[in-house]
Design a binder for this molecule. Structure first.
Ligand code: SAH
Ligand code: SF4
Ligand code: F3S
Length: 455
């Protein structure tokens, strides 16, 4: 199938190479969802660029509008359906405009999408991006649909169009084999597969030459990475030997795959930064079992203790779901208890959303929307207080900060991240440029950032 890919690009080029202005056809691509989708959009951009497409400056100027979508919660899908409604109106006034839906929602809804949005010209799942030029090139009244999942597709040979900046997100593995009861990812992204280490290292070297100083390896369960004899700990070790790359991070690791070898590598390799996003989801053993997460709250806490003992100054963040099927007040209290016990630096908190195709789908919802809202507001407030307390405890401490550029608050301030991935804002000096690492001392703190002075 892939041997045909160059021909497919060529076909795309022939049919779509020029618009009425005798220019390359222009694409507007909007991205929803997680970091993996952002990385996929960079890949899609590269695929389309190779096929002769240019990037539009605004949706109104585009010949093709693509939405790269997320299916993780109902709300994510509703946003995209709303946006599709706007674009349908744009297409009414410009019938030659081609509209496409990519990503997890395309995979999740498949044929149903064409019924909901009959004006779509293209529906492509996450494993179909090589075929995009061919699909866009195909003329006809029927939309081009490709939602076949491919357990071998890693796109490892295609160099994405990375965003500019000192940090780059590099896909290390795709898909997920965990099948947590609440989650659509295994259904929309397919089976776990890892990008060859050689391809990851090649990208890292190229990025380093371009001035990137920090690499974040991506995967839904990134620490389940395995390619031949190379496991995740070994991959990190190899990446650490790439000159010019000063900081290494990864997201999201699954607690069940935090092996002793990985913890030892994190502890021993100074380029690997002391920050982990370690999704807990719940603090109740009953709910964790129903979610099929593969650990108990006790095992999770024991893992946190081992990580903190091995990695000094480790920062932790997490994902929490409130209101999963059957979550009682007592279960919910256990989650609050876990959050207090760990004392996360930050947390992403969500109301449970029933998702079609998942194992928990047939169980339905037992916690009312109002109760979910109450629980969510409470965990958000709790985390704000904990984040503030943890950040305030850093006042007076010094950290090396990788400078990213001007701070959003302006006034000549610069911003960057500490090793713990906290945003540090400080008054710059003319000699300091993005990509430099400077030492700062924390002067004051909010729950979300540290105001610092050069040390
Ligand atoms: N692979 C990551 C998480 C990916 S999805 C991991 O396993 O940790 C990001 C987060 O969305 C999840 O951690 C979970 O907290 C949340 N999420 C996933 N499915 C959800 C659902 N059906 N309802 C609410 N939140 C959900
Ligand atoms: Fe979803 Fe669980 Fe896989 Fe994370 S590990 S992507 S929550 S199924
Ligand atoms: Fe959403 Fe797909 Fe990411 S469902 S969270 S965009 S993997």
């Amino acid at each position: 199938m892939y041997a045909l890919a160059p021909i497919a690009y060529h076909l795309g080029l022939l049919t779509m190479a020029e618009n009425e202005h005798n220019q390359s056809p222009r694409v507007w691509l909007e991205t929803y969802g997680c970091q993996m989708n952002i990385a996929d959009s960079q890949l899609v951009t590269a695929v389309l660029r190779r096929a002769g497409y240019a990037t539009a400056a605004r949706p109104e100027d585009a010949d093709v509008i693509l939405l790269n979508t997320c299916a993780i919660r109902e709300h994510a899908e509703e946003r995209v359906l709303g946006r599709l409604g706007d674009l349908a109106r744009l297409k009414q006034s410009r019938p030659d405009l081609r509209l496409g839906l990519l990503g997890c929602m395309a995979q999740h809804n498949r044929a149903a999408l064409i019924e909901k949005a009959p004006w779509l010209d293209l529906v492509a799942g996450p494993d179909s991006y090589r075929r995009l030029p061919e699909m866009l090139g195909a003329a006809g009244f029927d939309p081009a649909v490709d939602v076949r999942l491919n357990r071998a597709e890693t796109y490892g040979d295609i160099a994405p169009e990375y965003a500019s900046g000192v940090r780059a997100y590099v896909t290390a593995m795709r898909g997920c084999d965990k099948f947590c009861a609440f989650c659509v990812v295994p259904y929309v992204r397919g089976r776990e597969r890892s990008v060859a280490p050689g391809e990851i290292l090649r990208e890292a070297r190229k990025l380093a030459e371009r001035g990137v100083r920090e690499i974040v390896l991506l995967g839904q369960t990134v620490n389940a990475y395995r390619h031949g004899a190379t496991d995740f700990a070994a991959l990190l070790g190899e990446l650490a030997r790439v000159d010019g790359i000063e900081r290494i991070r990864f997201t999201s690791p699954h607690p069940a795959d935090m092996t002793p070898a990985l913890i030892a590598t994190m502890a021993a390799e100074p380029k690997i930064q002391p920050y982990l996003h370690l999704p807990a989801q719940s603090g109740s053993d009953r709910i964790l079992a129903a979610m099929e997460r593969g650990y108990t709250a006790g095992e999770y806490l024991e893992l946190v203790a081992r990580l903190r003992a091995a990695i000094p100054g480790l920062a932790l963040s997490t994902d929490i779901i409130v209101g999963f099927h059957g979550e009682t007040d007592e279960d919910y209290r256990a989650t609050v208890g876990l959050m207090r016990t760990v004392g996360y630096d930050s947390a992403f908190t969500f109301k449970y959303s029933v998702r079609e195709h998942t194992r928990a789908f047939r169980l339905g919802d037992t916690v009312s929307e109002a109760e979910k809202g109450r629980r969510l507001a409470e965990v958000i407030a709790l985390q704000e207080a904990i984040s503030l307390e943890r950040n305030r405890a850093l006042i007076g401490r010094e950290f090396p900060v990788l400078v990213e550029g001007p701070a959003r608050r302006g006034g000549g301030m610069l911003a960057g991240k500490t090793p713990q991935f906290k945003t540090a804002v400080f008054a710059g000096r003319p000699a300091i440029a993005p990509g430099d690492t400077v030492r700062v001392r924390v002067a004051s703190a909010t729950a979300h950032s540290l105001t610092c002075a050069l040390a």
